[in-house]
Design a protein around this ligand. Sequence first.
Ligand code: ADP
Ligand code: MG
Length: 440
Amino acid sequence: MTTFNDIITNAQLLRAIGDLGFTEPTEIQVQTIPPGLEGQDLIGQAKTGSGKTLAFGVPLLAKLTPERRSQALILAPTRELCQQIAVELGKLAKHSDVKIASVFGGVAMNPQIAALRDSQVVVATPGRLLDHLERGTFRTESVHFLVFDEADRMFDMGFLKDMERIVRRVPKERQTLLFSATMPDAIKRLASQYQRNPIHVKTHSHIEHSLLPQSFYRTDMGGKFSLLVHLLKKEDPNLAIVFCKTKHGAKALARNLARLGFEADAMQGNLSQSQRDRVMADFKAGKIRFLVATDVAARGLDVKHVTHVFNYNISTVPEDYIHRIGRTARAGAAGKAITLVEPAEERLWRDILRLPNISALEQRAEHVERIAFEKHGREQGGRRGQPQARTPRPQAAGRPPMSHGARGQEMHSQQRPSGNRPPARRSGGRPGGRGRRFQR
Ligand code: ADP
Ligand code: MG
C-alpha cells in the first residue's frame, strides 16, 4: 500500500493531510502526484469524488515560492466550484504561508482586485478572470502552474474562446494539468495543444454499481411530478439533488415541492450570488434537503451526505449524466441515482446508456398518487411555498447520516408530506422559516 509519506516529502503538506484525517492516497493521487511534483504535464482522469483536487493541489502548492505574485492559476466552470477549490486548497496550505484568491462573477470587483495583488494562487471562472486581465488587475507574467479542473467542460464550446484568450497570456514556460472524470477524445486532442508532452493518467474510472446503483422510470409528461413525489417519499433521502433542464423549471419544481412540505429550494443561474451562496450553505447545513438544480450544480461540487441524485430532466450532453450522479457516492460513500424518462427524452436517455460502463435498471412504480403541478406558483402576498408540514431535517453536515430506518419512522409517524391534498394554509406562514425563501 502506498502512503502519503511515500509520495510527498513536503512536511507542511503532510501535516495538513494528516489534519484532514486522510490515511491513504486515492489511486489518482498515487498516480498523478509524483509526476506532478516532477514537473510533468498531465491529464488526470478518475471518477467523481476520487480526490482530484488534492491530486493537483499537492504539486501546485509544493511548487510555490514565497514571492507574493500570481504563480498558480486554476480555472473551473462555476462560481461554487471556485469557492470550493479555494477552500480545499486553503486546508492543504494551512501550515504554509500561502494566499489564495478566488475570482468569479456576480460579486464586487474590488475585494478581488485587492486579493489578486498579493495572492500566489488564483482560482477563477474564465469570464471574471478576463475582466481582471483587461483591467490589468490580474497579471500573468509569474504564472508557472496552470490547472483546468473539469477540463472537458472548460474546453467545450461554451468556454473555449475565453479560455484561449486567457491561456495566450500565460507564459509558455509552465506546467499544465487537466483533471476531469470524463475526457472525450476530441477534447483531449484540443486540450493537449495547451500542454507539453502530457501523460494521460486514467485510473479505474467507472462507477461502481454496488456503491452507486442507477435506476430509471419511464413516465408520461403529465405524471412526472407525481412520480417524483412518490419516489422522494419512498426513498426518503438524507440530502438529494434533483436536476432540471432549465432555470425556470428548477424554480417551479422547487416551489411545487415546497408547497407539499418538502424542504426544497432551487439552485440556478438566475439567482444573485448571495442567494446562490445561501442556498448552498442551507443545503450543506441540512436546512434544505432537496436541492433542485440546473447543471450549474453538476460539476465538481462536494457536499457530504448527499444520498440521492434524481434526474427530473435528462441532461442534453451525455457526459453530464456522469457528473450529475457523481454528486453522490463520493469518497467511498454510497448513493443512488434515479432518472425519470418521458417519451421525448428517450433518445437522450439511449445516448447516455451507450456511454462506457453506464447501466441503469428499469423500475416501475405502483400506486402513484396524482398530484397537480402548479406552473405559476402562489407567490402573492408573501405566502410563498408554504409547506404543509415540515419534513425532518437531515443530520447536520459533519455528522454521519441517520439510518434510513430511523428517519423513515419519524417521517411516517408525524411528518409525511401531504400527498395530493391541497396545502394547509396556515395564517401568517412560518415565522422566519422557509416561506421566505421564495421571496427573493
Ligand atoms: P473529485 O474532484 O475527484 O470529484 P474531490 O477532490 O472533490 O473529488 O474529493 C472528494 C472528497 O474526498 C472530498 O471531500 C475530499 O476532501 C475527500 N478526499 C480527497 N482525498 C482523500 C483521501 N486520500 N482520503 C479520504 N478522503 C479524501
Ligand atoms: Mg473535482
